[in-house]
Ligand binder design. Structure first.
Ligand code: M6R
Length: 616
């Protein structure tokens, strides 16, 4: 996710922009830029040197013309186009008189670009954002003022946005708007009376503690000392006022105690953004970005997934989806084992690497081995231009935004969503699933972000259950079918942040050995939502209960038959079977989180672990 800052008025424009961007640094970024209003013109500077971008930008800005009266700035986390200077924000129109910074995704970017190019506009970046600058340019050329031009341009956009726009023609004015992506505005305390704009409160927290938060499809005009908010039709609206008494560190965490809880809370967005523009309203899928064309994908006769940790668990879910929908064999391997066992691969094998970072050396080497053996290689990565993304024949990005907590949460859900999109897309290309069925799955997928949000709201109930187990040192996690990778992920979370032993098994495997360990008081956490093996799952639960285990079940709302088998229930809304991991894993993340917190552990930086593992 990117960061936005804007200011108009006062004498500290450069400092406010650069300090604001520095305060957004904690979110992660790969490039940065500013556009300032000076002498009736726009002056733009950008740098794309990864985490050095802000320092490099600061050096360029030292040579800026004196006394800008306002400006906008941006830190970019690439989603469309490589993390290069050409793609860094702000983006300009053809005249250089309009500059735009944007967070979010313009879903209809391709069709807008085509229409703009037909009218003679020249695109100078690979981003979706640039179309906004050209749309505003067209409206201004038609005689509109900046605010009206932005409102009209927004009417042509599908997708999500928080944006700030400046025009050389209206010095001292910034127009900003939001849909889905957050945005706040404020008037600075003190004599400057600057009007301020930011995607995140920390960027401007030092200047005031009172903010106006915008709702979807609201547009705000910022002028020195003044803010006015309208809806998309220009009718005035009264914005919500937020008074913040957090310190900066708490503000970076969005008022949460830690990044892990913030990032769990961002899961609905992560899934929604990953689906955006790919799952189309007409019930089909569009993955033009994939870099492997449909003809090549039609040749595929086997899919192989390679990944580590939580990414491996996401891959396990995908195996079920690929085999069910695509009707092709899908194998999955822990990446560190894959290349050493001499897997059988050829040009018709599609090897899918799954990696949040795109840098995990085990997965990277597995993918390189697959490529050397002649397979087509595709990666699901959260980091644009990661080593895996550069190496692979194809790439499908998750759009979870930077994840700071070491424990994968929102990226895990985004990976499952991306893999399911990929499985459906392959099914569409192969014609293995009727169009109506694809449309029905997509419709169910679109409902998932809301269901994840609903599940997250039950955090107190999960915390109360977790509070019963703070002294327990051993857990069993059980699941069947897609509940099995959910159980594995629940156990991994518990191990890595709460430092307790947690063994996960497909429940049917229990009787082949592990059941010998079940004795009175053993705690068994089982995923018992209504998938096709639910009855068999309950039989397995009965087996451990009869041996005295204390049973915690993840169960679907209102399922009293399941609840009757449990000592404690973690309730989740029902979701179609193959999509259920997206929801069922959430209370298990929360369970681990609360146990770790109860012990006073640092959930964001668990011991012995690194966010990106670059050694074998
Ligand atoms: O960046 P990657 O997805 O390739 O990382 C893989 C694992 O190291 C990662 O998922 C790890 O297991 C997480 N800490 C789990 O929370």
């Amino acid at each position: 996710m990117c960061g936005i800052i804007g200011v108009t008025g006062g004498s500290e424009v450069v400092d406010i922009l650069l300090d604001g961007l520095a305060r957004l640094e904690y979110r992660g970024y790969d490039s940065a830029g500013v556009a300032m209003q000076v002498d009736g013109k726009l002056w733009r500077a950008r740098a794309a040197t990864g985490t050095r971008s802000l320092d490099d930008l600061r050096k360029v800005v030292e040579s800026a013309p004196a006394a800008p009266i306002g400006g906008i700035g941006h830190t970019r986390w690439a989603t469309h186009g490589h993390p290069t200077e050409r793609n860094a924000h702000p983006h300009l129109d053809c005249t250089g008189g309009v500059a735009v910074v944007h967070n979010g995704i313009v879903e209809n970017c391709r069709e807008l670009t085509a229409a703009l190019e037909r009218s003679g506009h020249v695109m100078t970046s690979d981003t979706d954002t640039e179309v906004i600058a050209h749309l505003v340019e067209e409206e201004l050329a038609g005689g509109a003022g900046l605010a009206a031009a932005v409102r009209s341009a927004l009417g042509r956009l599908r997708g999500s946005f928080a944006l700030g726009v400046v025009s050389a023609a209206e010095p001292g004015t910034i127009v900003a708007a939001r849909r889905v992506s957050p945005l706040v505005v404020a008037i600075a305390d003190g004599p400057g009376g600057e009007a301020l704009l930011a995607s995140d409160i920390p960027a401007i927290l030092g200047r005031t503690r009172t903010f106006w938060t915008l709702d979807d499809d609201q547009v705000v005009v910022l002028q020195p000392g003044a803010l006015s908010v309208t809806d998309l039709h220009g009718a005035p609206v009264e914005p919500a006022v937020l008074h913040v008494d957090w310190d900066l560190e708490a503000a970076e965490k969005g008022g949460h105690d830690d990044f892990m809880s913030k990032e769990m809370g961002e899961q609905p967005r992560a899934v929604q953004d990953t689906l955006r523009g790919r799952a189309l309203p007409d019930g089909t899928l569009s993955l033009d970005e994939l870099r492997i064309d449909a003809a090549a994908l039609r040749q595929v006769d086997k899919v192989f997934i390679v990944a580590c940790g939580s990414s491996f668990h996401a891959g396990l879910v995908a195996k079920y989806a690929i085999e069910r929908w695509l009707r092709l064999p899908a194998e999955i391997d822990i990446a560190s084992e894959f290349r050493y066992r001499d897997p059988v691969l050829d040009r018709r094998t599609l090897v899918v690497g799954v990696s949040q970072s795109g840098e995990t050396v085990d997965t990277l080497q597995a993918m390189r081995h697959a490529a050397a053996e002649g397979a087509r290689v595709l990666v699901i990565s959260n980091v644009v231009d990661s080593s895996m993304a550069r190496d692979a024949d194809g790439v499908l990005y998750t759009r979870a935004g930077p994840e700071i907590g070491v424990a994968a949460t929102k990226t895990h859900l985004a990976q499952i969503a991306a893999l399911e999109i990929l499985a459906l897309y392959l099914s569409q290309v192969h014609g293995s699933l009727p169009a109506a069925e694809i449309a029905a799955v997509l419709q169910s997928l679109q409902a998932v972000p809301g269901l994840v949000a609903e599940t997250l709201q039950r955090d107190d109930q999960v915390a109360a259950v977790a509070a019963r187990f703070t002294e327990v040192r051993d857990f069993f996690f059980l699941g069947r079918h897609v509940g099995s990778p959910v159980a594995m992920e629940g156990a991994l979370k518990l191990k890595e942040i709460a430092y307790v032993r947690a063994e996960a098994y497909p429940a049917g495997e229990l009787k082949h050995g592990p059941i010998a360990l079940i004795e009175p008081g053993t705690v068994v956490v089982a995923v018992a939502t209504r998938n096709r093996l639910w009855e068999k799952m309950l039989s397995n639960v009965a087996e451990v209960r009869s041996r005295g285990a204390t049973v915690v079940l993840v169960a679907n709302d209102g399922d009293e038959d399941t609840a009757a088998m449990a000592d404690h229930v973690l309730w989740v809304p029902p979701v179609p079977e193959l999509l259920s991991p997206l929801v069922d894993v959430v209370p298990l993340q929360q369970f681990a989180y609360h146990l770790a917190r109860a012990h006073g552990f640092d959930v964001d930086r668990p011991r012995n672990l690194a966010k990106t593992v670059t050694v074998e």
